[in-house]
Design a protein around this ligand. Structure first.
Ligand code: SF4
Length: 522
């Protein structure tokens, strides 16, 4: 009989500071935009970094072979991707060299779901490919500073965390612009080239970031310097000048879901954002950095709840409140530098309040109340025709949220909601389910557009003629007012209707804040 063994938690051997010049940090699991900018932020601090390839179905299958059964699908994709990338390196560089010269860094937390076990799953995958000695380190999601890498090879301090956070915020903004513009671009590929140029430019800005001595000076620099805003202002004109045909009627689909699958752009989520665009929709991606805002708000909520029991609770709340305010201000500054083309973050307390009757804000596993709060916010504020929730197979918090949504739909029967289960190998089933809801979303977008034409007494021909005299209206830099309307095409019609009412028929500065800002910046 096999002897039973005591469970031993994974504990990597030290990564000494002297090894920093020789050892490459592997990381991944986000979009190429996030990875390029975060990579540049880390290179600026003297690290050698390399992002893993985008996970594929093949990686998923490898992950299933190597990791414990019943893991959630992001674990399989990431573990398999890491294992396959390392196998290739071993074939090129040799086993011992790979074990010595690479470490893997991943985000993790204390649960309540499998997020707390990522490290163990990846360690199991490494054991399976004969690399048990390759070091894996985790970044605790709620710590700005943690000496968690034994040996200090990886110094997780304010420079490290703020660099990653700023990279995330900027990549989020660029991703949002990309998804707003591409479905309407007149010349195919122009959005992609603006995006690639922007990432290159921002990468340089991260690489050239000046260093400040000490944590306090670094934090102050991030909060007060205009370094990244200037870089964003440099690329803003290229975005503002993109020519769009916003008379294409498309339903807007808000993507929500578990962090890994909603951020991912590839086979891990059936390439859902691209698929939606091919199906004639406009996808609204979620911000990754908004998660930090959630974590700060969650702390505040807990403080509030326990204020009777915690000594000086109000006083202790202040730094968290201040951090949250500074974070939101920093995001707003970056957003403003990109001509306010991206949407502001929703109010976190409002999301919690909306979700509260259906999902307790005390449950903090997975995306917590955010999935329900975001769905209701998008619906009530007329930001999307439909919500597509991406739920990984084997994900406990997503299962709870999808279950709670049944109750939400009872109260909001008008909300178009498509929960998609992601299990790597059921693409047709998941996408056809999404397609059914999308058909209704398309119908609503068309109705809204027809109503806008009717109420403004405009015809398509009249708008096209007006555009000839007012070509700047076709530029991405012309921000459309919300006009209590969801769809871009309907908003555009209402915008043109307003402009036509004016004497000279030219867009006024107040209705096109982005262009006005651009002029001011020049
Ligand atoms: S939220 Fe779901 S998918 Fe993400 S780590 Fe937890 S269990 Fe896995």
């Amino acid at each position: 009989m096999p002897r039973s063994q005591h469970y031993k938690a994974y504990r990597p051997s030290p990564f000494p500071r002297e090894e920093r010049d020789r050892v490459t940090i592997l990381f991944g699991g986000v979009t190429w935009k996030h990875e390029r900018l975060a990579g540049a932020a880390l290179r600026n601090l003297g690290y050698r970094v390399e992002s893993l390839p985008n996970p594929t179905r093949r990686d998923f299958e490898t992950g299933k072979e190597l990791v414990d059964p019943g893991a959630c699908c992001p674990t399989y994709f990431t573990a398999g991707c890491l294992a396959n990338a390392l196998r290739e390196k071993v074939a090129r560089e040799g086993r011992d060299a790979v074990a010595r010269n690479y470490v893997f860094v991943t985000a993790s937390g204390c649960g309540a779901c499998r997020f707390g076990q990522y490290l163990e799953s990846y360690a199991l995958a490494l054991e399976g490919i004969g690399l048990p000695d390759l070091r894996i380190f985790r970044l605790e999601q709620d710590q700005l500073s943690a000496k968690s890498t034994r040996g200090q090879g990886l110094d997780i301090n304010a420079s490290f965390m703020l660099g990653a956070l700023w990279a995330c915020m900027i990549a989020d903004l660029l991703g949002e612009l990309e998804h707003q513009a591409r479905p309407y671009e007149v010349r195919e590929g122009e959005t992609q080239s603006a995006l690639e140029h922007s990432i290159e430019h921002l990468e340089r800005a991260f690489l050239e970031r000046p260093h400040r001595p000490g944590q306090a000076a670094t934090i102050l620099w991030y909060l007060t310097s205009g370094h990244f805003e200037r870089a964003l202002r440099d690329i803003a004109p290229q975005w503002a000048a993109l020519e769009l045909d916003r008379l294409r009627v498309k339903p807007k689909v808000k993507i929500t879901g578990e962090m890994w699958v909603k951020t991912h752009e590839g086979e891990g989520n059936y390439n859902i954002k691209r698929w939606l665009e091919q199906e004639g929709a406009e996808a609204i991606p979620m911000s990754m950095a908004f998660w930090v805002d959630y974590m700060l708000s969650f702390r505040l909520m807990r403080f509030n709840e326990a204020r009777e029991a915690i000594r000086l609770a109000r006083l202790k709340q202040r730094p968290v409140r201040l951090t949250r305010a500074l974070l939101r201000r920093a995001y707003e500054r970056l957003r403003h530098a990109l001509l306010d083309l991206a949407e502001p973050w929703p109010d976190q307390d409002e999301l919690a309040r909306l979700a509260q009757p259906f999902y307790s804000d005390r449950l903090n596993g997975g995306e917590a109340y955010l999935l329900i709060g975001e769905a209701l916010h998008a619906h009530r504020e007329k930001l999307a025709h439909m919500v597509c929730e991406l739920a990984p197979y084997g994900c406990m918090p997503s299962t709870m949220s999808v279950g709670a949504m049944a109750n939400v739909l009872g109260h909001y029967p008008d909300l178009l909601y498509a929960p998609i289960e992601l299990k790597g190998d059921a693409e047709i089933h998941a996408l056809s389910r999404c397609q059914m809801i999308l058909t209704e979303a398309k119908r609503r977008a068309q109705q809204e557009f027809d109503r806008a034409l009717c109420e403004t007494q405009l015809s398509l021909e009249a708008i096209r003629e007006w555009e000839v005299r007012n070509p700047q209206a076709r530029r991405f830099g012309t921000v459309l007012p919300h006009a209590a309307t969801v769809g871009t095409a309907a908003r555009y019609v209402r915008y043109v209707g307003e402009m036509v009412k004016r004497k000279d028929g030219r867009p006024a500065g107040s209705a096109t804040p982005a262009l006005a800002n651009l002029e001011a910046a020049r």
